[in-house]
Write a protein that binds this ligand. Structure first.
Ligand code: C5P
Length: 220
């Protein structure tokens, strides 16, 4: 069975998807990490981000593996390196390239083949797995998402304003929704889960209930 979880940045998709996969005893696929891994490798190998076919060739040649919480590119642990601001900015350009997306879509389908999986991203329900048994679009209001990010970042001692976070989040949402291929949107048959005012446990419980309602079984 395939469960897709799409939605905007800061909606808590990753935490929810990971927790859901754990509760179900299923595989979890972080497709954002795959785009980030390619951007990291392009920067590392000085492949021009302007050169779409070179980046697509790179994507085809790389071996991206997930090992528990770690992301490995050709055996190197890039789990932290792919979360830097430089890589985040480069990732957006990589993810805009249709030739790169074609490679990613094919790899994501191969990874999911024959598995029970929770897969998370922007285009999982719309493009990659239109046949998924359950498609969820997880979202929250812009203010709520920015407040969560503000709490996370200031808790690490960072000096950033809520307004700055809101502005960059809006830019990211707009870019995600405007992408010519693989744009972020809820699939027509997706269940929209709006998480304002819900705790992490409430969100995971709601997702588990949706999976069970579609015939999935939990292992815990
Ligand atoms: O979710 P995360 O922030 O890690 O995603 C990194 C980047 O990859 C974002 O710019 C997002 O728009 C893009 N992405 C994508 N398609 C996916 C997953 C992520 O275009 N399936």
């Amino acid at each position: 069975m395939i469960v897709t979880l799409d939605g905007p940045a800061g909606a808590g998709k990753s935490t929810a998807a990971k927790a859901l996969a754990r509760r179900l005893g299923w595989r979890y696929l972080d497709t954002g990490a795959m785009y980030r891994a390619i951007a990291w490798a392009a920067l590392d190998q000085r492949v021009s981000l302007e050169d779409e076919s070179a980046v697509a060739d790179l994507a085809r040649a790389l071996e991206i593996r997930f090992d528990a919480e770690r992301v490995l590119v050709d055996g190197h642990d890039v789990s932290h390196a792919i979360r830097t601001q430089e890589v985040t900015v480069a990732t957006r350009r990589v993810a805009d390239a249709p030739a790169v997306r074609d490679v990613m879509v094919e790899q994501q389908r191969r990874i999911a083949d024959g598995c029970d999986i929770v897969t998370e991203g922007r285009d999982q329900g719309t493009v990659v797995f239109p046949q998924a048994e359950l498609k969820v679009f997880l979202t929250a209001s812009a203010e709520e998402r920015a407040r969560r990010r503000f709490r996370e970042r200031t808790a690490c001692g960072e000096n950033v304003s809520l307004e700055t976070i809101l502005t960059s989040q809006q830019a990211r949402d707009d870019a995600d929704a405007a992408r010519p291929v693989g744009a972020m949107r809820a699939a027509d048959d997706a269940v929209v889960v709006e998480t304002d005012g819900m705790s992490h446990d409430d969100v995971v419980d709601a997702l588990v209930a949706l999976v069970v309602s579609r015939g999935g079984e939990t292992c815990q």
